[in-house]
Write a protein that binds this ligand. Structure first.
Ligand SMILES: Cc1ncc(COP(=O)(O)O)c(C=O)c1O
Length: 473
């Protein structure tokens, strides 16, 4: 790579990204383009030139990709739980890509392994985990949940499942609201569909602690060997935080492993105002924390933290002489603790963002997005033509639109929610998603962008009303 050519193309790309960012803020971009999938493939034909693209072709290519993508930097992106990344974090990802150190082994990624160690210590301390805790960074909450469940199995199966294989009757108790990646991990582990034993949730979609005992009895009566409980700190559908302290008491009493899926909500530990929602997490055996959700990092950067650091390598006790020295567990070869072999230098993004931006920006982000969610909930409560599903615990708000005028049948109202979601997306100025709660379809908003304003929330409700009028004409 020639340094001058690299500098020139880097400047050109950054100029183009900055111009695009300005358009996203001015709201002159389509937040979520909605062409037909096949139609879009025509814009990306599998025909590649022999020679490098010219400067004009390069710019045109970047423009095409930018315009055909979902615009998380728009303050009116109000959909899924993915961040508009901090500018520093975008550049840190470039640093990580430039160095391209596979961080599985210390000698291939010295700085990244050291940063990983330090930043995990920082996160563990934020959660209140004790001395001796530790973990790993991995590519996403789904892989994080799988890693934690592997460690749980090794610690609690009663036999060396890693060496001897798993028995299919293993199982975890988990709330009905648990992210699907937990069921998927359980099925990958070979425990089958009944490997997740459902625990009912209460009216606020939080795990019903009183239902844990009966669930344990029922699972055992059905011949399942229950290893632990999976709790949510920020469920996907409504953002509900399970009562972790009560669940931790139950796990202590029954000698069960407690895993907290804090993919969305563990970042609350950064906020002095809201961290009380996590009380009990300090007693967890394992926690998953996605930094690409509420910590404004590009996907994917996930921390898996264990109360006892020894659990992480125990989940993957393997010898690979071409990589590791065979002397057993150590902290500096992160590949000993993860599914991944070649691993992105994701610690550069997390450690670097904390170092370059300081911690306050993360606290402010939580406080601001949570306050905006409350404000949207208040608007909805005060509007007779909207129904709030539940008072939000965090920055996720679910609701239905019930247009004023002649009452609609339950079926028409149900179908209308889905049609509204499609219509809003097709109009291109706002992006929201949907979720089914207790069988009824709801519109779902997640406030992920720190630049979203109250006016954007008003615009959303007005856009929904206008779309409903058109649909019901
Ligand atoms: C609670 C929860 N757990 C796990 C995941 C999966 O995380 P990832 O998308 O990083 O694999 C999600 C994703 O939204 C989630 O909300």
């Amino acid at each position: 790579m020639h340094p001058e050519a690299f500098r020139r193309s880097g400047h050109a790309l950054i100029d183009q990204l900055a111009a695009h960012l300005a358009r996203a803020h001015e709201r002159t971009v389509v937040v979520s383009p909605s062409p037909a999938p096949d139609e879009l493939c025509v814009r990306y034909p599998a025909t590649f030139p022999m020679e490098p693209a010219t400067e004009a072709e390069t710019r045109a290519f970047y423009t095409r990709v930018l315009d055909d993508s979902t615009q998380l930097h728009s303050p009116r992106f109000l959909g899924h739980q993915v961040s508009a990344p901090l500018p520093e974090a975008v550049l840190l990802e470039t640093l990580s890509a430039f160095l391209n150190n596979g961080t599985g082994v210390f000698e291939m990624g010295p700085a990244s392994n050291a940063m990983e160690r330090s930043v995990l210590g920082f996160l563990a301390q934020k959660l209140g985990l004790p001395q001796g805790s530790g973990g790993l960074l991995t590519s996403g909450g789904s892989l994080g949940n799988l890693t934690a469940l592997l460690a749980m199995r090794q610690a609690r199966a009663g036999h060396d499942a890693w060496t001897l294989g798993t028995s299919p009757d293993l199982c975890v108790l988990a709330s009905e609201e648990t992210h699907y990646s937990v069921a998927r991990a359980v099925q990958i582990l070979g425990w089958g569909k009944k490997g997740v034993w459902p625990v009912p949730s209460d009216a606020a979609y939080r795990m019903d602690v009183a239902a844990l005992g009966p669930a344990l009895v029922a699972a055992r009566a059905a011949g399942r060997h229950v290893l632990g409980v999976v709790a949510c700190a920020g469920s996907t559908a409504t953002g509900a935080f399970d009562p972790l302290a009560g669940i931790a008491d139950f796990c202590a009493r029954e000698d069960l492993w407690l895993h907290v899926d804090g993919a969305h909500g563990a970042s609350v530990a950064m906020s002095r105002r809201h961290r009380g929602m996590l009380v009990g997490i300090e007693r967890a055996d394992s926690v998953v924390w996605d930094a690409h959700k509420m910590m404004m990092l590009p996907a994917l950067v996930t921390a898996v933290l264990f109360r006892s650091e020894a659990h992480a390598p125990a989940a993957f006790a393997q010898e690979e002489s071409y990589l590791f020295d065979g002397k057993g567990a150590n902290w500096w070869d992160s590949g000993l603790r993860t599914v991944e072999c070649t691993k992105r230098m994701m610690s550069a993004e997390l450690y670097g963002a904390l170092y370059l931006r300081g911690t306050r920006v993360f606290e402010d982000h939580i406080d601001r997005t949570f306050a905006l969610a409350q404000s949207l909930a208040t608007r909805i409560t005060n509007s007779p033509d909207f129904q709030l599903a539940i008072a939000p615990d965090c920055n996720i708000v679910c609701f239905r639109h019930v247009p004023s005028g002649p009452p609609l049948s339950a079926e028409r109202l149900e179908a209308l929610q889905g049609e509204l979601r499609v219509r809003i997306r097709e109009q291109g100025e706002l992006y929201i998603v949907q979720t089914r709660l207790r069988g009824r379809l709801h519109l779902r908003v997640t406030i992920m962008n720190g630049l979203t304003k109250e006016a954007d929330l008003d615009a959303l409700l007005d856009a929904i009303r206008a779309a409903a009028r058109k649909l019901l004409e």
